[in-house]
Design a protein around this ligand. Sequence first.
Ligand SMILES: CC(C)(COP(=O)(O)OP(=O)(O)OC[C@H]1O[C@@H](n2cnc3c(N)ncnc32)[C@H](O)[C@@H]1OP(=O)(O)O)[C@@H](O)C(=O)NCCC(=O)NCCS
Length: 174
Amino acid sequence: MDIYIREEQSEDYGAIHAVNEIAFGRENEAKLVDALRRNASAFVPQLSLVATLDNKIVGHILLTRVKIEFDHQLVYDSLALAPMGVIPAAQGKGIGSQLVRAGLDKARELNFKSVIVLGHPGYYPRFGFIPTIRWNIKPPFDVPEEAFMGLELVVGGLERVQGTVRYPDEFDRV
Ligand SMILES: CC(C)(COP(=O)(O)OP(=O)(O)OC[C@H]1O[C@@H](n2cnc3c(N)ncnc32)[C@H](O)[C@@H]1OP(=O)(O)O)[C@@H](O)C(=O)NCCC(=O)NCCS
């Protein structure tokens, strides 16, 4: 079983759309990825990664730029991990975990300081994510506190950061 993680290429766009559609069982997340790719202020090409299994794309992860805004004055840069999908036939083999770890490593390499995720509280803590309430960082929508998580890519990456996470507008349409 040969699993590789690599940066997306333009010829992968169709396969990435299909992987997200199959993983989520709907087209919303696939369309979100397509839309974010057109948003130059949010999209970081090096943070759109694919997982290949025997040379076929079976998984994808995207991290995009977000802002954390406090009191309409202070604005901090961060990243949101979303979406991530692995096709059902390839799930449970650690591919999702490899995608997360590769995405976090690349983000750190690019000097980002933190990552935010809205996701399963049973999955993301294994990578070091903890609820953002720890830093007084809030989601812009109503979600269970334990599902909204953050991770410092460097020591103190979220120290003295607080406020509400502002996602790119493309997320409003999901
Ligand atoms: C979440 C997802 C990307 C994980 O991919 P994967 O390649 O199966 O991940 P891994 O093999 O590294 O890890 C599997 C673990 O994820 C856990 N997991 C998968 N879906 C989960 C869910 N909905 N809630 C909690 N844990 C979940 C499995 O229980 C398993 O846990 P274990 O290691 O303790 O047994 C994949 O299940 C998927 O595409 N799901 C549908 C889309 C989705 O929900 N994406 C996440 C959005 S936050």
